[in-house]
Design a protein around this ligand. Structure first.
Ligand code: KIV
Ligand code: ZN
Length: 385
């Protein structure tokens, strides 16, 4: 099974989520948890963006022992120097340089000709190589770039010293078939591509970040980038926990694995949510409050007979204690009876039917029935003879 390297960017692209601002202690706490989670590479921040960001990256570089610590830099000497100042203390320092390659970005944002973009990218990778052994070059907005141009700049930055080539879907525009084809094209058209790792970095503007990342893996990506809980610019980045679980659950079809410790998912997700203040939506795949909750009677009955009827992931796999059979208006008698027993009540068949009817009436006015509601209801049923 091919090993996929995981590049976590929760502390950089994730922190770019509007309204999120992590202080140094919070960043270190998350970095340590990412290390426990087993990420191979973590992007600690963008050192040149502010003094406090610089200090945070430096502190993370000094702390983390079991992952390569990375910092982001524009294709500018001052950014690269600043990143080195912060990252030189890391066990395995890594630089992430980015420069846009799409016509839209080159013309409107950079106001540079394609030739100048190639020259700048190569000069800055060569400059960085004097300090860093590991250099990732990101062709920003790769998915909207001209393929021949992308192949040309890639070949040249590899010659200049890049060790990883990242092809970001910066604006979450692409689809799985297109993104997969992009990786295939690069493998077939860049003569020195075998010297580097190819990386996928997807945004979720059209809700396809995870699917696009998996398509990239199928077509030659050996590194994936993403964030915990999928936080990030606009609609966010690919959720690392979703990709890791998808590869594990579907490894009959996708023979790839990561080194992530899946039962650390819940703890990592909770920590990131608490410190960023970004609440995980209840229906979020893998980690949302409802991901292991079942309300309808038919589903609850199936679950009580065999959990694999309605769960493809076990809660334990991702560090969640157990599934939840929620009592609500769709619940059936089987789940109700089970719950009543778990609260310590043993009812005759007649009393159980009576209690179930009372419960159903209660669901007409309450969405979710709590244990407190049940205690009241069961006491009433038991005291009426
Ligand atoms: O989405 C993107 O293009 C980025 C780059 C900096 C890699 O985050
Ligand atoms: Zn990004």
């Amino acid at each position: 099974m091919a090993r996929i390297k995981v590049f976590d960017t929760t502390l950089r692209d994730g922190e770019q989520s509007p309204g999120v601002n992590l202080n140094q202690l919070e960043k270190i706490e998350i970095a340590k948890q990412l290390e426990r989670f087993g990420v191979d590479r973590m992007e600690a921040g963008f050192p040149a963006s502010s003094q406090s960001e610089f200090e945070s990256v430096k502190a993370i570089a000094k702390t983390i022992q079991n992952a390569s610590v990375t910092g982001l830099a524009r294709a500018k000497k001052s950014d690269i120097d600043c990143a080195w100042e912060a990252l030189q203390y890391a066990k395995e320092p890594r630089l992430h340089i980015f420069l846009a390659t799409s016509p839209i970005h080159m013309q409107h944002k950079l106001q540079m000709s394609p030739e100048k973009v190639i020259e700048t990218a190569c000069d800055m990778v060569a400059y960085a190589k004097e300090k860093f052994q590991q250099i990732e070059f990101s062709a920003e907005d790769a998915s909207r770039s001209d393929l021949a141009f992308l192949a040309e700049i890639t070949e040249k930055v590899i010659d200049a010293g890049a060790t990883v080539i990242n092809l970001p879907d910066t604006v979450g525009y692409t689809t799985p078939a297109e993104y997969g084809a992009l990786f295939r094209y690069m493998k077939e058209n860049v003569p020195n591509i075998h010297q580097v790792s190819l990386s996928a970095h997807c945004h979720d503007d059209l809700g396809m970040a995870v699917a696009n990342t998996i398509a990239a893996i199928e077509n030659g990506a050996t590194q994936i980038e993403g964030t915990i809980n999928g936080i990030g610019e606009r609609a966010g980045n690919a959720s690392l926990e979703e990709i890791a679980v998808a590869l594990t659950i579907r490894n009959n079809v996708y023979p790839y694995h990561t080194n992530l410790v899946l039962n650390e998912i819940k703890r990592t997700s909770d920590l990131v949510s608490k410190l960023t203040g970004m609440v995980v939506p209840a229906n979020k795949a893998v980690i949302g409050k409802n991901a292991f909750a079942h309300e309808s009677g038919i589903h609850q009955d199936g679950m009580l007979k065999n959990a694999s009827t309605y769960e493809i992931i076990t809660p334990e796999m991702v560090g969640i204690h157990e599934s939840d059979l929620v009592l609500g208006k769709h619940s059936g008698k089987h789940a109700f009876s089970n719950h009543v027993q778990s609260l310590g009540y043993t009812l005759s068949e007649e009393k159980l039917t009576e209690a179930f009817q009372a419960f159903k009436s209660l669901t007409d006015c309450k969405k979710e029935i709590t244990d407190e509601d049940l205690f009241t209801l069961l006491t009433d049923v038991q005291t009426v003879s």
